[in-house]
Ligand binder design. Structure first.
Ligand code: ADP
Ligand code: ZN
Length: 628
């Protein structure tokens, strides 16, 4: 059958049917989720706004229409993307699949850019990737005019469309100028794509990009293969080490930290522990940054320690974990960042350590930002939603999806579902804390920080306590039975819910708020997670044997050795082509080959991820590797 199919592919003009393109070029059997309807809609000339989680398969939503429309005589598709550093690999992946694609950005020399433009004008390119600032230059627009006049502009794809909105987490002013595309080429279909989809950002994208007439395709945001875990921060570095060594030895992952300094420190610590870790932040030399990113993409099992400057558009499919050592600003950011784990659909982990200081820092950053009060109000609301997620004692996924407007039931694959936390009633403790803060303020006329307030409550006669005569307060020692960890939990939750404020301008002192009253009066109950120590590492194998990667876990011993041989072969090819290994074949594809142990090209042809071009280019070599 494969033989007949190959003959047909050679003899007949290529089909512009989407299903045939999916199969022949990308080697996939069926569309995933809403890909099919989106592709049909855009091929027919419609505008679309696509909201799909990271890893959902957005690229095919414009790549297949671009190929289909090009084959039907409509010319080149322009893909607007802010991800200059990744265009090379994206275009390389299309080349591997046999698609004519190029990119135009500042990494090309003038001569190289000219050559690409000439090819584009001659109609030799199916997809052209370009940065937004490039697309809106008079020179490039004149070239688009010329294509348009000849009916050779097939579509515009606007990737990472949330960049147009200040509510998104990565606002890029250059995106605002993209309205020119619609105004100038009204008849050319546009497809805007993003993985960020809270209601306010979505409305802003529609307005800013004038997509009022576009059909909206909203996918489920669930990423069922990702396990969410949020732990209480005690010694964050040690907790991180336990997490990586215990559950993700030799696997690729990303560790997000707030500051450059922390990135450097953590990367160094991980390296000292024998973990293959690299730093990434905006303060590093551009060459070093690019080299580190390349190693992360190209080599197996590298851990990237990074600020959020890293990761947008990273389409490495086998990132097995994303860890947050510091809390992000909001749920959109958290979801986008954690979404970089497990794009291949195999089990992956999202892990965050969170503590009182995170709450204080994030609140302070909003308070101290130069933005207007309206903007700050929105930011505070978004932070509160994330804090509620971190404090939650019920299913994390239900809350995450709820935030994106999706109803769901407990998932069975988050920390709270897997081991439901002990909950204790912290109402009484909260009232004791708040009244202590009240009394101290009354007696001394000034506010104090968390440490001092806890000392009073626990009846500790420190120097400071006696200096201010605070041992005479009626609340002195009334919380002696509470541990410091418990009190910190209470404080964190009170601050998280706005029942207590931290004054960043005055040495992080604590201040009562309007919300304090309801708690003091006993009108609001405070339910808290019991502080638990880290559960013992679950997946660690005994002895020194390395854990098998998740993808190959089901293979027999013979299958394992085929898998290893295939990976070694793939690494060579990837190096020769100057591309990441997964662009040649995904791990999942190699694992499927290793399991099947095919004897002929025919056997190979049905495996997911092997399209016609790859079968032709690599089929014989793969059989040779298996034979060896
Ligand atoms: P996104 O841009 O939405 O984050 P990608 O377009 O990078 O996601 O796709 C994620 C992964 O899923 C890629 O490795 C891609 O090859 C794969 N993929 C996409 N669509 C399909 C499909 N219909 N069948 C199988 N794999 C798919
Ligand atoms: Zn759950």
């Amino acid at each position: 059958m494969a033989f007949a199919w190959t003959i047909r592919a050679i003899l007949l003009p290529p089909s512009s049917a989407p299903g045939a393109i999916l199969h022949d070029i990308f080697g996939y059997e069926r569309f995933r989720g809403p890909q099919g309807p989106i592709v049909d809609h855009v091929i027919a000339g419609g505008d679309a706004l696509v909201l799909m989680p990271t890893g959902g398969g957005k690229s095919l939503c414009y790549q297949i229409p671009a190929i289909a429309r090009q084959r039907a005589g409509h010319g080149v598709a322009i893909v607007v993307s802010p991800l200059i550093a990744l265009m090379h690999d994206q275009v390389g992946a299309l080349h591997e699949a046999g698609v004519e694609a190029e990119f135009l950005n500042s990494t090309l020399s003038g001569g190289e850019a000219n050559a690409v433009e000439k090819r584009m004008l001659r109609g030799e390119i199916t997809l052209l990737y370009a940065a937004p600032e490039r697309v809106t230059t008079p020179r490039f627009l004149a070239q688009l005019d010329s294509l348009h006049e000849r009916g050779q502009l097939s579509l515009f794809a606007i990737d990472e469309a949330h960049c147009v909105s200040q509510w998104g987490h990565d606002f890029r002013p250059e995106y605002r100028a993209l309205t020119v595309l619609h105004e100038r080429y009204a008849s050319v279909p546009r497809i805007a794509l993003t993985a960020t989809a809270d209601a306010i950002t979505r409305a802003d994208i529609v307005e800013r990009l004038q997509l009022g007439q576009a059909r909206q395709f909203v996918s489920s945001f669930d990423r069922p293969n990702i396990r969410y875990t949020i732990v209480e921060k005690k010694d964050a570095t040690a907790q991180l080490l336990r997490f990586i060594e215990g559950e993700h030895e030799s696997e690729a992952g990303i560790v997000y930290c707030q500051s450059r300094k922390r990135v450097e420190d953590i990367a160094q610590t991980l390296c000292q522990q024998g973990i293959d870790a690299l730093p990434y932040h905006a303060g590093l030399d551009a060459g070093v940054r690019q080299a580190n990113q390349d190693r992360f993409l190209r080599d197996d099992g590298v851990v990237m320690v990074a600020t959020i400057a890293f990761g947008m558009g990273i389409d490495k499919p086998d990132v097995r974990f994303v860890a947050h050592l510091d809390m992000p600003k909001n749920i959109e950011g958290y979801y986008q960042e954690t979404g970089r784990a497990g794009r291949d659909g195999l089990p992956a982990a999202a892990w965050m350590a969170y503590g009182l200081q995170d709450v204080v820092n994030q609140r302070r950053m909003i308070d101290e930002s130069p933005a207007g009060e309206d903007f700050k109000q929105v930011m505070r609301g978004k932070l509160d939603a994330l804090l509620a997620l971190a404090e939650a004692t019920d299913c994390r996924r239900v809350r995450l999806l709820g935030y994106f407007g999706e109803a769901s039931t407990p998932c069975g694959n988050c920390d709270n579902c897997v081991s439901p936390p002990q909950v204790w009633d912290g109402t009484d403790a909260a009232r004791k804390l708040l009244s202590t803060i009240y009394r101290v303020q009354q007696q001394s006329g000034i506010s104090f920080g968390a440490g001092h307030v806890m000392d009073i409550l626990r009846g500790k006669k420190t120097e400071k306590v006696t200096q201010f005569g605070h041992e005479r307060l009626s609340t002195f020692g009334i919380g002696a039975e509470l541990s410091e960890a418990q009190l910190r939990g209470v404080l964190r939750q009170l601050i998280a819910t706005g029942a207590l404020a931290v004054d960043a301008q005055a040495f992080n002192t604590l201040r009562l708020t309007d919300g304090s009253r309801a708690v003091l009066k006993g009108e609001t109950a405070v339910r808290l997670r019991e502080s638990v120590s880290q559960p013992a590492a679950s997946r660690r194998r005994s002895g020194s044997a390395k854990a098998a990667p998740a993808v190959a876990a089901g293979l027999t011993d013979a299958g394992q050795s085929r898998f290893t041989a295939l990976k070694a072969w793939r690494a060579e090819v990837a190096r020769a082509h100057n591309l990441p290994a997964y662009v040649i074949f995904h791990d999942a594809t190699l694992a499927a080959i290793a399991a099947l142990a095919p004897q002929t090209l025919d056997d190979l042809q049905g495996i997911s991820g092997i399209g016609a071009k790859k079968l032709e280019a690599y089929g014989a070599e793969v059989l040779r590797v298996l034979d060896a």
